[in-house]
Design a protein around this ligand. Structure first.
Ligand SMILES: [Zn+2]
Length: 170
């Protein structure tokens, strides 16, 4: 008998994620839990259109969330978590990209640019908050539209160098 589809985010009420949310990789070896209150109370996380994020995501955009490392719990049941040192970055700082070695599911990134933080790859979670912003908006494919309520920045989406491209107003 075929499996029933379980991937509809609307089946997962955000009220069940008041204190935390967990997600797992495709094979189920790696489970990531984000322990943050009110994750869905306001826009949170960002979309990134940089070439490196696109490759890792296998898609035209990556859904990322910058988290305090001590709020993230990774359970690596079968010891399948692997890390790739990505040296080809805009800042010159290597990005340590972790993924499941069995199914290739992206898990998180770490860089010296964000001490004490990790960038979580959100595709493994049952529900994703509305993003705060979109980075590398100037590198979007021409057929992509603008997400309502998500401001788009040319390259950086935070910090003094951020440069707004589009407000993304509703
Ligand atoms: Zn896996």
């Amino acid at each position: 008998m075929p499996n029933q589809p379980t991937g509809d985010p609307k089946q997962h009420d955000v009220s069940t994620f008041t204190d935390s949310i967990s997600g797992s990789c495709l094979c189920g070896s790696i489970t990531v839990t984000l322990n943050e209150k009110g994750l869905f109370d306001k826009p949170r996380g960002h979309l990134c259109h940089c070439a490196n994020c696109r490759k890792v995501a296998g898609s035209y955009v990556a859904s990322n969330m910058l988290m305090d490392e001590d709020k993230v719990k990774i359970d690596d049941r079968d010891g399948t978590l692997k890390t790739y040192e990505d040296k080809h970055t805009l800042s010159g700082n290597p990005v340590y990209r972790s993924f499941c070695g069995v199914d290739g599911n992206p898990v998180q990134s770490k860089t010296a640019l964000y001490p004490g933080k990790v960038v979580i790859k959100m595709g493994m979670f049952p529900r994703i908050p509305q993003p705060e912003a979109e980075g590398f908006g100037s590198h979007k494919h021409p057929w992509q539209g603008q997400h309502d309520g998500v401001p788009s920045y040319k390259i950086k989406w935070a910090g003094p160098e951020k440069e707004l491209m589009s407000e993304g107003t509703l």
